[in-house]
Design a protein around this ligand. Structure first.
Ligand code: ADP
Length: 266
């Protein structure tokens, strides 16, 4: 897609990255990072060149989900310039602040500092040719997010929410942030995560633990696309924790669900 974002960073372009998509959520813990990891894997399996920038300055987790926690990006020379080689697994290239911070230390980022560090990861990353760079944003709509969203040349945003009212209210704020005049990032749509739960012993039953169709209704209300839903499933959490996201499991319903969302996104 054309790079339509007017907020190019100080006039800089990233010619080797075709689309930068921010994955956002109003509230924390709704599955933004899980959706980012699994859609990146789906994109890669569809044949796209994909990278993730983990910009969740409060708690980066992509390096754990991609099972590369102990790796450190190497410095390489590209056209005489020092660049950082992203760590690659499951066909996805990853750069994260998590590679550079001590997991036992609390890092307090202010907006400009966070966006500067992330800028460096984007512009000094040796990404090669990418069709998609997904940015896993921190949850919320505060100062840090504004700095990041204003500073990075984002083509579109996907907002993740659970169907719960309180999460939806925050998701709405997230959407509003992207639509602000000085930001103006097109919202590609909303993903509903933890949409329902089906117990193993009652496979035909759906329990709407966090409410029903909330994100679907929100998408309709604010006239954005509903990209799809992911149920609450124990294996999603377990496979993320062990660094092998569910989208890697060929022929499963969850792989299909992530593929469908990804197709809607692109
Ligand atoms: P966020 O990035 O919004 O903070 P995460 O992706 O880290 O959220 O998800 C929070 C927790 O919920 C993680 O432990 C994750 O594995 C789990 N999780 C996310 N989505 C699901 C789901 N659909 N089913 C089960 N567990 C999930």
């Amino acid at each position: 897609k054309e790079n339509s974002n007017p907020n190019q960073i100080r006039g800089k372009e990233i010619p080797n990255i075709k689309n930068i998509i921010a994955i956002a959520s109003g509230k924390g813990g709704v599955g933004k990072s899980t959706i980012t990891a699994n859609t990146a894997i789906s994109l890669s399996k569809m044949g796209f060149n994909v990278g993730i920038l983990d910009a969740d300055v409060y708690g980066p987790s992509q390096h754990i989900m991609f099972d590369v926690e102990k790796e450190r990006p190497l410095s390489v020379k590209v056209d005489g310039r020092s660049k950082m080689k992203p760590i690659e697994n499951y066909g996805v290239k990853l750069l994260s602040l998590g590679f550079f911070t001590d997991p036992n230390q609390a890092v307090i980022w202010r907006g400009p500092m966070a966006s500067k560090a992330l800028n460096q990861l984007i512009f000094d990353g040796d990404w090669g040719e990418l069709d998609f760079l997904l940015i896993d944003l921190p949850p919320g709509t505060g100062d840090v997010h504004l700095s990041i969203v204003q500073a990075l040349p984002i083509n579109g945003a996907v907002v993740v929410s659970t169907p719960q009212n309180i999460a939806l209210a925050d998701a709405k704020k997230g959407v509003a942030m992207f639509q602000q005049e000085n930001i103006n990032v097109p919202v590609l749509g909303i993903v509903e995560n933890m949409a329902y739960f089906t117990p193993e012993e009652l496979p035909d039953n759906k329990y709407y633990i966090f409410g029903k169709d909330g994100a679907k209704n929100l998408a309709e209300d604010i006239k954005t696309q509903f990209l799809g839903e992911i149920p609450l499933v124990q294996s999603i959490r377990e496979s993320s924790d062990v660094g092998h996201p569910v989208a890697l499991q060929e022929g499963t319903l969850l792989e299909e669900a992530f593929n469908n969302i990804t197709k809607e996104m692109v």
